[in-house]
Design a protein around this ligand. Structure first.
Ligand code: HEC
Length: 285
């Protein structure tokens, strides 16, 4: 083969790749946007952004878990030294869904992997792309000091593809990225959620008092319509006109995204799902 032919062949090969490359470049912003949406559905992963801290996802929020010890949210920006910049996609996914870090240590289950393990393959891939797209911030966080071994949590096998609509979508979002039960289900002595009181409210993380969001008429949100619940998730305004406060406000407002960015259809799907959980009588306040 003459040099000329080789050049021609190479040129033809490069041209044949061009549409695929162009498509990949087009797909990236779309993937980042989808990942940002999942990030918002997780309340903007707000624990990882400390108010007045180093910036989006730079971590450093201190959680005093009394007799369990003290943990700090890690830096999850793409910074190579202090963030997750050197981790592979699979390692990031394992940390989010299974609480397993690359070195073999396990995250304290204040990271809600009991729920985040439910995020479907197609959505977690997008989430990882989004996490890598934000500004890397060099900011080390203090090491945790635990007084007990890290408790284990059962995790579920994530679906390959996220349900797209209807009740299935609502259950998927509430029990996955939205991790409603992490705050709204009261805890047992070992800090695991007491699922006999699923979503019935009580003392939550950070000395918060989470509401009873079961459809119980007197003590839960049985009187709220689906539209009112959906509106609350997207605006933080309750049927009474009161505004969400405490950690609920944190996840609605989020960071670069939050529950407020849920589509009307997704917020309504969550509301519909909440109407199907067993009503539990539990007066929180
Ligand atoms: C990080 C903790 C946290 C998460 C996650 C969370 N909530 Fe909340 N939520 C709270 C707290 C604390 C309150 C009480 C503050 C308030 O009423 O404004 C609350 C209040 C509410 C209320 C108001 C109820 C009332 O009677 O006033 C609703 C409805 C609600 N949450 C629904 C949800 C849903 C649905 C999800 C998941 C998609 C969710 N929350 C996720 C902490 C959380």
């Amino acid at each position: 083969m003459t040099l000329g032919r080789v050049v021609l062949l190479l040129a033809a090969w490069a041209l044949s790749l061009w549409p695929a490359l162009a498509r990949a470049a087009d797909a990236l912003p779309e993937l980042v946007a989808r990942g940002k949406y999942v990030f918002g559905a997780a309340g903007g992963c707000a624990c990882h952004t400390t108010p007045d801290g180093a910036g989006l996802n730079a971590g450093g929020t201190k959680f005093d878990l009394s007799f369990f010890g003290v943990v700090y949210t890690p830096n999850i920006t793409p910074d190579a030294e202090t963030g997750i910049g050197k981790w592979t996609d699979a390692q990031v996914v394992d940390a989010i869904r299974r609480g397993e870090r690359p070195g073999g240590s396990r995250l304290f289950p204040i990271h809600p992997y009991k729920y985040l393990s439910n995020i479907a393959d197609d959505e977690i891939e997008a989430l990882v792309v989004y996490l890598r797209s934000v500004k890397p911030i060099k900011s080390p966080v203090p090491a945790r000091s635990l007084k007990v071994p890290v408790p284990t949590r059962t995790i579920v096998a994530a679906p390959r593809v996220a349900p797209r609509e209807g009740l299935a979508r609502g259950e998927y979002l509430a029990g996955g990225a939205g991790h409603c039960a992490e705050c709204h289900t009261p805890r047992r002595f070992d800090a695991s959620t007491d699922d006999r009181k699923f979503l019935a409210g009580g003392p939550g993380p950070e000395r918060s008092l989470a509401a009873n969001i079961t459809p119980h008429v007197e003590t839960g949100i049985g009187r709220w319509s689906e539209a009112q619940i959906a509106r609350f998730l997207r605006t933080g305004v309750k049927p009474s006109g009161q505004e969400a406060h405490s950690l609920m406000r944190t996840v609605i407002v989020g960071t670069s995204a939050g529950f407020k960015d849920l589509t009307p259809a997704d917020a309504l799907a969550i509301a519909r799902y909440l109407k199907t959980v067993p009503p539990i009588e539990n007066r929180v306040r």
